[in-house]
Design a binder for this molecule. Structure first.
Ligand code: C5P
Length: 297
């Protein structure tokens, strides 16, 4: 049987701004997204028995329809009348409910993997529309790289490649619900607005230091009000580790920091692991087709 493998990369938000609330209840966003070397591997193969057999490791990762990857396979089977069943095995490295698009990335990998496995000819726009029905970050996860995402997250524009930087991720042991964070945001706990212009100029200049100074996420203050330890992690990474900058990713709770050298990133990750009750990773920014690495400490 043919086995298809897709990489599902973690992402960070270099910028996350909320422009307003929409009539459909979602928020109008403006985000700069960046793919990382830290990734899950998604393996897909056809099976004779009808349905979807999802295999994951660890109790935190569901194996049924609660998993976005399962729903992505259901959607593809229905939309394209795929015959037989499919076995999907996900080797998880990216922490769950972390603000790193782990679940969204797995769903995008299933869409791409099934398209390959069944040799389907699906126009990009159609795949993006399917992706959006699964979640707001799934369209971006189809393309990866450095991108500007607007609307709910589905209006995508390619940005100049992010300069190569080493990235430390610090994920406290709890997860957060994106819906809950947006609800709290609506009730008024908001951080300062980031400057998209400054971030894009830094990308154009390939200037890691300027990029670090431009990082911003309006949801950071919202999630910090619920879980103050995030503020402590960010202050430590930003002020004590020689980072270009540090920020909470997405709706949290993971905080990332950016470095020019692997040595300074490694030292920061080791110290953060010692100081905080958190999962800590050392990884790097990657572009399409690049492998990159992402290792837990
Ligand atoms: O689209 P997704 O299912 O990933 O979003 C999770 C939750 O985050 C939504 O139910 C919604 O409450 C909130 N959200 C939002 N506006 C967005 C994206 C997500 O309000 N653009």
């Amino acid at each position: 049987m043919r086995l298809v493998e897709e990489k599902s990369r973690a992402k960070i938000n270099l910028i996350l701004d909320v422009l307003g609330k929409r009539d459909d209840g979602y928020h109008e966003l403006e985000m700069v997204m960046q793919s990382l070397g830290l990734s899950d591997s998604v393996f897909l193969e056809k099976i004779e028995q009808e349905g979807i057999l999802l295999e994951t490791q660890g109790p935190a990762v569901p194996q049924g329809p609660e998993n976005l990857a399962y729903r992505a396979a259901q959607l593809m089977q229905k939309a394209y009348g795929l015959s037989g069943g499919v076995r999907i095995r996900i080797q998880k490295e990216i922490p769950v409910a972390a603000g790193l698009a782990g679940g969204s990335g797995n769903a995008a990998a299933v869409l791409l993997g099934l398209r390959r496995l069944y040799d389907l000819c699906i126009p990009e726009k159609e795949l993006l529309d399917l992706a959006l029905t699964l979640g707001s970050d799934v369209p971006y996860c189809l393309m990866g790289k450095t991108a500007l995402a607007k609307g709910r997250g589905e209006e995508l524009e390619v940005l100049p490649d992010c300069p190569h930087l080493y990235v430390v991720l610090v994920k406290p042991l709890f997860g957060v619900s994106t819906a809950e964070v947006f609800r709290a945001y609506d009730q008024g706990t908001r951080g300062p607005k980031p400057s998209l212009r400054d971030a894009i100029l830094a990308l154009w200049d390939g200037d890691g230091q300027a990029l670090g100074a431009s990082l911003g996420n309006v949801l950071e203050e919202t999630t910090c009000a619920m879980h103050p330890v995030i503020r402590q992690i960010k202050a430590y990474l930003a002020q004590k580790t020689g980072a270009y900058g540090a920020l909470m990713s997405g709706s949290g709770p993971t905080v990332f920091s950016l470095y020019e050298t692997k040595e300074s990133a490694f030292a920061a990750a080791k110290q953060a692991k010692r100081l905080f009750q958190a999962q800590t990773f050392l990884t790097e920014t990657v572009q399409q087709g690049e492998e990159g690495y992402g290792l837990p400490l």
